[in-house]
Design a protein around this ligand. Sequence first.
Ligand code: ADP
Length: 190
Amino acid sequence: MSTVEQTLILAKPDAVQRGLAGEIIKRFERVGMKIAGIKMIHATEEQLGQHYKDDKDWKISVGKKTLAAAKSKGIEMTETEEQIGDRIRKWNMETLKFCPIIAIIFEGHHAVEFGRKLVGNTEPRQSPPGTIRGDYSIESYQIADSRKRVTLNLVHASESKKEAEREIKIWFNENEIYNYDLKIWEIVHR
Ligand code: ADP
């Protein structure tokens, strides 16, 4: 089975506003991934609704992570996991349309796993230096909650191969995805 796969990366509005798109791209390129598609796009309601799909499991998983982070800081939350997830889905849809974003398909060996590693933890506060979120953000769930918005963490990276395949179809048409050889792979993966 081939280890080469694609992942969807979004430089979110906070990254675009802060001029960090190049920095994000650089980090994926320097581990040896190749750009298979790239575009600037003002997200439509339809794309936002599909990207942050109305999914109970996703909401519960976001809620669980949020409650665990709150507990570790001694913060009490009264909402259920699903209520938290529902609120964060809505906030995400609002945040992503603040300005145009940059969507990139990166391709490479284990691209999804490496993409998540390069990006870091969802909450920048928990994301170590060396990761994109750890190096360029000083954000926490607590700050986000106090301002009634999502945690500004600069970048989206697909969570699984299946999710990557689903997400790529939301942001790219087939004729916007390029198939070409990256000669450096012959050296790196001899
Ligand atoms: P990731 O982007 O790391 O895959 P999730 O899919 O769990 O993380 O969440 C999607 C986005 O929602 C995150 O990138 C972040 O911007 C926002 N988010 C998640 N949890 C919270 C939270 N507790 N408070 C504010 N924003 C959150």
